[in-house]
Design a protein around this ligand. Structure first.
Ligand code: UDP
Ligand code: MG
Length: 318
């Protein structure tokens, strides 16, 4: 009998969880020789999510949960789930039903064929704004260009990973980790299954623009040194341009042309160079700050409580 653990980060999803559970059970009960458990990682929800989870766990022994001590973001919640999910296969999916549970049997089948990471790759995304889609396309295009990570062009955040892959993932202790970039980077035998990403079943997206920018920077800084290389190249280019300009000024002076550049051109040079230097400092800072985070060696998350109702109904596990 194969086992699968479905890790689901959950943050204020009270309305989605019962439907999600029902659809998961329906989709998974048809798969032969498969023992599954659903690990809901409550990312410190502030709505009725904990009670909803308790109810689900009371009625279904396959539902387990851990609750994080603070809202840590869905990637950290995934890391917590990965640390706690022990099975032949591990799945990561969202709680808002954007990722259809009905796709899981197909992904399990691909795993049985020998694939170690099975990505569900969105062919289409419904209910997303033009801006989100455009930003996402630029992000994945850039990632594929400048980092060690190769993603599907439209991105992916719904996957199944083999036990060996999970073991490898657990050896990466980075604090600001982009979970999906890390899986893509790990290698192994990877395959994709296409699907249509639906719009949210209920509630609103918990990802603010600021969080998305942070994730994008985590992904670049985590898997590419090109931003740093870019700084050096830009420095060389602007120094060369400055030198050429200086020579032009000198030569025209020696040849007797009077050429006064004036206030405007000085201001332009100062503003452009000043701005560039600040941006470069910012890029350095992004790397440096992450080094500091690593050196602090704080745990990535703390578990507030954990339980599976079938072991001790209503009570907590260590
Ligand atoms: N999520 C989380 N912690 C957060 C934000 C989101 O665990 O701080 C969960 C959320 O409940 C959902 C998944 O991560 O299951 C994806 O989040 P969401 O649907 O809000 O993101 P989007 O689909 O808009 O990228
Ligand atoms: Mg979503």
């Amino acid at each position: 009998m194969r086992t699968i653990c479905i890790v689901i980060p959950v943050y204020n999803e009270e309305e989605n969880l019962p439907v999600l559970h029902e659809r998961l059970v329906k989709a998974l009960s048809d798969v032969k020789d498969l023992d599954y458990r659903i690990l809901l990682v409550d990312d410190h929800s502030s709505d009725a999510t904990p009670e909803v989870i308790r109810k689900l766990a009371a009625g279904d022994p396959r539902v387990e949960t851990i609750r994080l001590s603070r809202n840590s973001g869905s990637h950290v919640a995934c890391v917590a789930g990965i640390d706690h999910g022990d099975a032949d296969m591990l799945m990561i999916m969202a709680a808002d039903l954007q990722d259809p549970p009905e796709l899981i049997p197909e992904m399990v089948r691909r795993h049985a064929e020998g694939w170690q990471i099975v990505w569900a790759v969105r062919e289409q995304r419904e209910g997303e704004s033009f801006f989100t889609l455009a930003a996402s396309q630029v992000f994945y295009w850039l990632m594929n260009r400048i980092s060690d990570v190769k993603f599907a062009p439209k991105g992916a955040d719904f996957l199944l990973a083999d036990r060996r892959v999970v073991k490898a993932f657990r050896q990466m202790p980075e604090r600001n980790i982009s979970v999906f970039a890390a899986f893509a980077w790990l290698g192994f035998k990877q395959v994709s299954v296409p699907y249509v990403k639906k719009s949210r079943h209920a509630g609103v997206s918990k990802w603010s623009v600021a969080k998305k920018i942070k994730l994008a920077i985590d992904s670049f800084v985590g898997f590419s040194y090109l931003p740093l290389r870019f700084i050096s190249v830009l420095g060389v280019c602007s120094a060369t341009a400055g030198l050429l300009w200086a020579m032009e000024v000198l030569v025209s002076r020696l040849l007797g042309f009077t050429w006064t550049s004036g206030f405007a051109s000085i201001m332009m040079a100062i503003l452009i160079m000043g701005g560039l230097q600040l941006v470069m400092l910012g890029v350095l800072g992004e790397y440096l700050w992450r080094v500091l985070e690593e050196s602090r060696r704080r745990p990535r998350y703390f578990v507030e409580n954990a339980f599976s109702a079938h072991e001790h109904p209503g009570s907590e596990r260590k």
